[in-house]
Design a protein around this ligand. Structure first.
Ligand code: 3PG
Length: 215
């Protein structure tokens, strides 16, 4: 069953994966994403201060959907929730962390790439899963094969997504959105290239709309 957060992510179709080291840039980055039609971000806990970046984004653009990525521990779940994160993403399937997110009432999208992991996720009532690292685990071909027995599962492939393969992923009915770091690379962020970030978001939205409007 899709909740509001999932519906919004599905509607946008792309989730920028962001590693932000300089938290003071978070508000400007949030504006740049929204200006490109992508009012969502997955802020990874790979950077210290991810929780402060999440809070800064939520405060500067309250309408934006901000999630926490690379969440590996219970402490990070707590820190993400306190910062105002609206969803949690993890690279793999950790039953304890899934259960903890569920008790806290925050949607979690764990990474699952095998039938066994997907079955475990289903037993926790999860039907929207990250598929990571997508390209390395066979990309669309693997998702197509998994969608046969698991037709109820919706995937968010991440890892190796780019403007070149976004359309082929989005065209698959089991894929509600893709994640990727290509819209906010370390270099673009470091050099404050906000217009380029906005342009990459806008281009991604155009690709998604083209697929959805015309197949
Ligand atoms: C992630 O954290 O989900 C990935 O590192 C993003 O993968 P990408 O850099 O290939 O987009």
């Amino acid at each position: 069953m899709m909740n509001d957060v999932m519906n919004r992510i599905a509607e946008i179709g792309i989730v920028p994966v962001i590693r932000i080291d300089d938290v003071t840039k978070a508000p400007r980055l949030a504006e740049a994403l929204c200006a490109g039609g992508v009012p969502v971000a997955e802020v990874t806990f790979r950077a210290a201060g991810a929780d402060r970046a999440i809070r800064a984004m939520r405060e500067s653009v309250p309408d934006m959907l901000v999630g926490a990525g690379t969440v590996l521990t219970r402490e990070q779940v707590d820190s993400a929730c306190e910062a105002g994160a609206q969803f949690v993403v993890s690279p793999g399937f950790n039953p304890q962390n899934v259960a903890y997110c569920q008790t806290k009432g925050i949607p979690i999208f764990p990474g699952c790439v095998t039938p066994g992991e997907i079955e475990c996720a289903l037993s926790y009532g999860l039907e929207v899963l990250k598929f990571f690292p997508a390209e390395a685990f066979g990309g669309l071909k693997t998702i197509k094969a998994l969608s046969a027995p698991f037709s109820m599962v919706k995937f968010m492939p991440t890892g190796g997504i780019s403007l070149d393969n976004l359309a082929s992923y989005i065209a698959h009915p089991s894929i509600i959105a893709c994640g990727g770091s290509y819209m906010v690379t370390a270099k673009l962020l470091e050099e404050n290239r906000w217009e380029e970030i906005t342009a990459l978001c806008r281009k991604s939205v155009e690709i998604i709309q083209e697929v959805r409007n015309h197949g």
